[in-house]
Write a protein that binds this ligand. Structure first.
Ligand SMILES: Cc1cc2nc3c(=O)[nH]c(=O)nc-3n(C[C@H](O)[C@H](O)[C@H](O)COP(=O)(O)OP(=O)(O)OC[C@H]3O[C@@H](n4cnc5c(N)ncnc54)[C@H](O)[C@@H]3O)c2cc1C
Ligand code: FES
Ligand code: FES
Length: 487
């Protein structure tokens, strides 16, 4: 077991050792943003909202992939605890210019007049830097998606998008390229992350094995477990919750794997959504549509499926999709492992059948045995960076005679939990798939759900949204060309 309390990382080109056993060290749950802003050279990174919404705090974290190639990830430093930096290169806006010469992404912002007051600019530049370094050519929609976590109050987005378009697809060469291979090698050689940091009345535990995680969970029943921490860190920055005990699950191999075989996909609970996005490569139905509207790229680089299920939110975006995919969730605790049907997990408002000493291990998504239609739609006030008012995911089979079989119509935002519209499913099952039947199923939603009124929508508004959303999803398949769509 690694008893060291020191984390090692690179900050731009500089090697940093942060020893939490020293009295002057910050608490482990100090956010990367707060640590940066406490440093003389770190004030370029800005704090806007401290809740992941504005992107002013965007930094880039880089680490080598399995081929030792550095990959660059734009993240929100306001929602990341310091130990996450271990074994990574943290790149901030101070590291971009080279001997007084602007970095190509900074130059692009200048050339396209992409800044006015400049408050958002360091964050925008860092998102552009991640696009530039990853080198892929991207269309305008990809660029919009990559920049959707960066708000700008005064410039207007067109010049920023023009600057972004001008740097996509370039080879990504810059002065950092000179030390890339060396830093990748040094990061790979770094000692394992500390497993236990006890500092300033905070115990930060990062188990390296599942059995250790389960023992820690038993020994520390008050400890808060987390994967990406986008919710857990938010409670600290916004609700000022003081964590005394934290268990970081991101060091567990079992929780960060992604496998595919003929029966389906198995996704570790702590694998970030963007990593899933890169690995599934369009094959898991509805996942591309889900990721397009889930938070921002910065949030998706750390947020996980395990965390989304862990929140048990009635408007958690992954729930309806996983329900329509008939996913199974594997949990593990002192009594061993068990697999729970996704539809049986939620037992009430933010309550689940997962026991307090269990952790979510992985999510299993079966490959459909027959050809099925899938569609997901999130209805929110903005397309990106917004939580759902209502969401709907549908999956069903249509046989050669045009009859619907085994429909699943799963909704978020219509009840105290994500829930299937079982009455509407009955209306569709075994009947000819036509507009009349679709209308009838949509009208049934009124009997299926009693939604609440809140700041997002009235109950009546939610019912109308759900009806229209379902109609849009189902009507999509009336046109035979749209059959077997994956979205
Ligand atoms: C700016 C912003 C935008 C967001 N947008 C969206 C959105 O569009 N759609 C959406 O659905 N959500 C959204 N969220 C909410 C959040 O990002 C997601 O719920 C995310 O999936 C949480 O994952 P995480 O790994 O960061 O969770 P964490 O913060 O690590 O954990 C969340 C909860 O789950 C528990 N938990 C985590 N892992 C496990 C585990 N393995 N076993 C048991 N319990 C566990 C934790 O104890 C905690 O209670 C947003 C959040 C922010 C800050
Ligand atoms: S400060 Fe707004 S996203 Fe971090
Ligand atoms: S330039 Fe002022 S907020 Fe973007």
């Amino acid at each position: 077991m690694n008893q060291s309390q020191t984390i090692f990382f690179y900050w731009n080109q500089q090697h940093v050792e942060l020893d939490f056993s020293r009295p002057e060290a910050p608490r482990p749950s100090t956010t990367v943003l707060n640590w940066l802003r406490s440093q003389h050279q770190g004030k370029g990174t800005k704090e806007g909202c401290a809740e992941g919404d504005c992107g002013a705090c965007t930094v880039v974290a880089a680490w080598p992939d399995e081929n030792s190639v550095m990959r660059y990830h734009a993240v929100n430093s306001c929602l990341i605890f310091l130990p996450w930096l271990h074994g990574k290169q943290l790149i901030t806006v101070e590291g971009l210019a080279d001997n007084g010469h602007l970095h190509p992404v900074q130059q692009a912002v200048v050339d396209f007049n992409g800044t006015q007051c400049g408050f958002c600019t360091p964050g925008i530049v860092m998102s552009l830097f991640a696009i530039y370094k990853n080198g892929a050519s991207a269309g305008r929609e990809d660029v919009v998606l990559a920049m959707s976590g960066n708000l700008c109050r005064c410039t207007g987005y067109e010049p920023i998008l023009e600057a972004a378009m001008s740097i996509t697809g370039l080879p990504g060469h810059d002065h950092l390229s000179d030390t890339e291979a060396e830093i990748a090698a040094k990061l790979k050689e770094m000692p394992e992350a500390p497993v236990r940091i006890n500092h300033q009345e905070q115990l930060y535990m990062k188990p390296a094995s599942l059995s250790e995680a389960i023992s820690l969970r038993q020994a520390h029943p008050q400890a808060v477990v987390f994967c990406g921490g986008t919710d857990v860190a938010l409670a600290q920055t916004k609700k000022f919750i003081e964590y005394h005990e934290l268990i970081d699950l991101t060091g567990l191999k079992e929780l960060t794997s992604f496998t595919e075989d003929e029966s389906g996909w198995t996704i570790g609970a702590a694998l970030p959504l963007e990593a899933i996005h890169r690995r599934h490569d369009g094959r898991i139905p509805m996942f591309d549509a889900l990721f397009r509207v889930f938070a921002s790229k910065q949030i998706r680089e750390t947020a996980t499926l395990g965390g989304n299920l862990g929140t048990a939110s009635p408007i958690g975006d992954t729930w309806p999709v996983l329900m329509a995919l008939e996913a199974m969730v594997v949990v593990s605790g002192p009594g061993g492992q068990r697999t729970i049907d996704i539809g049986n997990i939620i037992t009430g408002y933010r309550r689940t059948a997962i026991l307090p000493d269990e952790i979510i291990l992985e999510i299993k998504i079966p490959k459909p045995k027959t050809e099925r239609n899938f569609k997901f739609l999130k209805l929110s006030k903005r397309r990106q960076m917004d939580i759902a008012t209502v969401s709907v995911a549908v999956s069903f089979t249509i046989d050669s005679k045009g009859i619907v079989h085994d429909p699943i119509l799963a909704f978020g935002g219509m009840s105290d939990r994500p829930e299937r519209a079982t009455l509407a499913e009955q209306v569709l099952h075994g009947h000819l798939f036509d507009e009349e039947r679709i209308d009838k199923a949509c009208r049934t939603l009124n009997d299926n759900f009693r939604p609440i009124s809140d700041a997002r929508s009235s109950a009546e508004g939610r019912t109308i949204l759900a009806e229209n959303g379902l109609k849009k999803c189902l009507n999509h398949f009336i046109n035979p060309q749209n059959k077997q769509t994956n979205e």
